[in-house]
Design a protein around this ligand. Structure first.
Ligand code: ADP
Length: 494
């Protein structure tokens, strides 16, 4: 096969021009690429085929090949029959006649448009990702599944005071060594990072302090990273400076403590005053006056419960709850609660039935906390029950699993005293029952009926019961009433 034949049948589009750039020969692949016949292409100047912006570059390439007599290679945008530019890789080489004189240039065209478009898209995606990482407030770095640091952002450099390019594409150990050398970081921090570096499944979140002035608190977490179809990519570490957040939190807690404390004093003065009015001047009060005093008393009691709940919640959140336990009979705590809800139940003409088993042992409890559990459950039982309804408190000793009600949670610790606070009220829809222990959650029926409340009472009930080692759960149906159960484990011989 001679050279002319080789060109004609080559799968690569090939054009040959004279030294002026006028096309003298094309192959079938070039006809297909440009979408026009050889006849239409031959005689045209090659400049017309290049996309407007690339024309000048092509002219220079042609000039260079002719004058330096060296081949040229480069990327160029070409106009095709699709009328859109396609990026091609162009190879230009001299064509000589039989006596060796330069008579033209051969253009070999490799269509790399798809590859270039794909590369550009990829680059755009990479730039976008990098921009997101760079503008994030959190410091981040990622190690791949081989434990090599593959990404780290600007905040990471700032937080750890090191250059990312010193650790990028290096094993995690290199980074860990640099962190170990920093005296203001906790000594075990680097080890924790190292341990997680090779772990593929665990999520973790921690907190540590940087000993600078002022001290900074850093919260961080680490998650394994997978592709959407589960192929492990490595592990991401994210660090957030929580110093300000914590300071605001502390100020908020201090403010809440101050306000609740300041409210407590006038409230007990009001309470005492009400009692004195009721004791001394009962006869002197008109019927309306008597009713008003009762309303004030109820509101004061609800306000008192709310304040206690807020104090308890701030302590629970700050992890500052300590139980002051001693051995007490259950009714000490119950009586205190009954006293604080009496005016509410009386005003609503609700009947309060108490049934405590005779064999209840002394319980190792913080009586004030258990009183608050009872107060919250009884206040709810009263609030969510119509006037004239019935509230019941029952307590019995449970030694064996089979003595527990069927719907008890599995993890109840025995022996225990099982307590039930039941009402004949509006009940709670089954789909909401799991959520009512969450902070601030109020069920639909409570909101619809505009029954006042904060959504804190049951959160506190659950925390206090669990702090005593017990469990709380409920059984309820709309319009059939509710029964709240809780257990207090029996701890003997303390
Ligand atoms: P709240 O201050 O709203 O009463 P709780 O945390 O004590 O807050 O209760 C959460 C929600 O659970 C209430 O808003 C109410 O919707 C529902 N709930 C609690 N106890 C009862 C009950 N005995 N009967 C009906 N609904 C109740």
């Amino acid at each position: 096969m001679d050279a002319t034949n080789l060109i004609a049948t080559a799968p690569l589009p090939i054009l040959i021009t004279n030294t002026e750039g006028v096309i003298t020969q094309v192959n079938a692949a070039a006809e297909a690429f440009y979408g026009c016949s050889a006849a239409a292409l031959i005689g045209t100047n090659i400049a017309n085929l290049a996309y407007a912006e690339s024309r000048h570059e092509q002219e220079r390439a042609l000039w260079r090949v002719l004058h330096t007599e060296q081949a040229w290679e480069g990327l160029l945008d070409y106009t095709t029959h699709e009328d859109r530019p396609r990026t091609v890789r162009l190879y230009l080489s001299l064509v000589r006649d039989q006596v060796g004189a330069v008579c033209g240039v051969a253009f070999f065209i490799s269509d790399v448009n798809e590859v270039v478009v794909f590369q550009r898209t990829l680059q755009r995606e990479r730039d976008r990702l990098e921009a997101i990482l760079e503008s994030a407030n959190d410091a981040m770095f990622m190690v791949d599944s081989d434990g090599t640091v593959v990404t780290a952002n600007l905040q990471f450099e700032r937080l750890f005071n090191l250059h990312r390019y010193d650790v990028l594409e290096h094993p995690l150990d290199t980074l860990v060594d640099q962190l170990r050398a920093q005296p203001n970081l906790p000594p075990d921090f680097a080890n924790v990072l190292l341990n997680f570096g090779s772990d593929r499944s665990q999520s973790a979140s921690y907190e540590f302090e940087i000993s600078s002035t002022p001290r900074r608190v850093i919260r961080w977490y680490s998650e394994p990273v997978h592709t959407y179809d589960g192929v492990p990519l490595g592990r991401l570490f994210v660090f957030r400076d929580a110093t300000h957040e914590l300071a605001v939190d502390r100020t908020k807690t201090e403010f809440v403590s101050l306000v609740t404390h300041e409210l407590g004093t006038p409230l007990s003065v009001i309470k005492n005053a009400i009692e004195m009015i009721q004791d001394d001047q009962a006869s002197a009060l008109s019927e309306d006056g008597h009713e008003y005093v009762q309303i004030i008393q109820q509101r004061v009691e609800l306000l008192e419960t709310l304040i206690k709940d807020i104090i308890a919640l701030t302590r629970i959140e700050a992890g500052r709850i300590e139980l002051r336990r001693a051995y007490h009979p259950l009714n000490v705590a119950l009586d205190e609660a009954i006293n604080s809800v009496r005016s509410i139940t009386q005003a609503r003409h609700q009947l309060l039935e108490i049934e405590l088993a005779d064999d209840l042992p002394l319980l190792w409890i913080d009586r004030n906390r258990i009183a608050q559990v009872f107060t919250n459950l009884l206040t709810n039982a009263s609030k969510y029950t119509h006037d004239g309804g019935v509230l019941m408190v029952r307590a019995a000793r449970v030694d064996h699993l089979w003595e527990l009600p069927e719907d008890s949670p599995a993890e109840v610790r025995l022996p225990a005293v099982l307590i039930m606070v039941q009402d004949t009220g509006i009940g709670i829809a089954p789909e909401e029952q799991a959520r009512i222990f969450q902070r601030f959650y109020r069920a639909e029926n409570a909101r619809q009926r505009r029954i006042q409340g904060s959504g804190l009472g049951l959160t506190i009930v659950e925390s206090f019961v669990e702090l005593h080692g017990g469990k709380v759960w409920l059984r309820s149906a709309p319009m059939e009433g509710s029964a709240f159960f809780f257990t207090i484990p029996i701890i003997e011989g303390k």
